[in-house]
Design a protein around this ligand. Sequence first.
Ligand code: HEM
Length: 334
Amino acid sequence: MELLIRTEVNELVTELADAREPVPVKSLFRWRYFNLSWTIVTGQRLPAAEAQRLAHLFTLEMSALQNTWVNNSVLRTIFPEKSGFADVLRYRDAVRAAFAAAVRGGGGTFVAKVRAAQPEPAAWRPEVDEDLVMFFFDFMNGGCETTSSFFEWSMAYLLREPELQRRLRKEVAALPSQPTLAHRANAPLLRAFETEVFRRSSLTPAGVPHRSLQNFKVGGYNVPAGTTLRYDIMGAHWDPARWSDPLRFRPERFLRNGKFMGSEDVVPYGIGLRRCTGEKYAEAYHFMLLASLLREVTVEPAPGAALPTEAASIGLVRLCLPFDVVCRRAPPPQ
Ligand code: HEM
């Protein structure tokens, strides 16, 4: 998987290093995650324009899912456009069609492994296997918005903290030119930066909704079976009883004598049995992309533009507001 991540990372870093104009941060990451995951599952890389088209439909689907009408079967049938239901269907139909075409011919290592595990491999048709198609939607829905949001917040903090950016660039200069997750142990400041981005942005503010399977008691409350439950990740991340000056962005809170010191109170991937299944994948992608980017380029705000703020738009994922970024190819400081 790291090889596939590497291809996507190198392409993005080269594009940014060669960019002559300010780049909108919102245009950078979604379609690349989309294409990376597409390649992992289907074994085929999409042309950029097709990945951008599908990622755009995905973004429309995500905003449609914030529309409460979409959950009401009557309202969404009478008002398919206004309820956002039409966007959900457009995205799902487009992905189903492209996915079927991609896996029909074999589908790369992942699909080949699933085929080998079938009782009758020759008779199995991946393009109509609902479990496989649903798995793919989970891969996209779970990872696209979250990883993109993580990178966008990271860019925002690199722009806001030029001295921190310089120190990070100095640290990654000592890593091999194509860093992998194995090198993360040698980058304590970058690790602390990633952790603080997760804590301060709290990009999954209330996790994913769950439903209780039986009656239980928590904190003095009786919770009946069938209750929908959310949990307050943002509350834990910003709790003044746990953190000093919780709203201040300060990666040093995760460093002791130059070594990374994590905290059980940072839980962006959730906790317990239903903790995020994409955590290891996301960690490799985040580290490889940030370390490679910092080795090659400096990032700055567009000329005359204000620095990105810490304000956010909040849905299932907490997203930073749009801003442009100027990248310049520059050797890492010694
Ligand atoms: C910044 C990166 C990510 C963050 C912060 C994140 C966060 C989360 C959170 C908070 C949950 C809910 C956990 C719970 O209910 O306790 C979750 C579940 C999930 N995530 Fe992620 N995620 C990330 C990346 C990914 C990626 C890359 C994938 C792709 C494979 C993914 C796939 C999933 C799936 C399938 C679930 C549902 C797991 C289940 O219900 O058993 N996530 N994620």
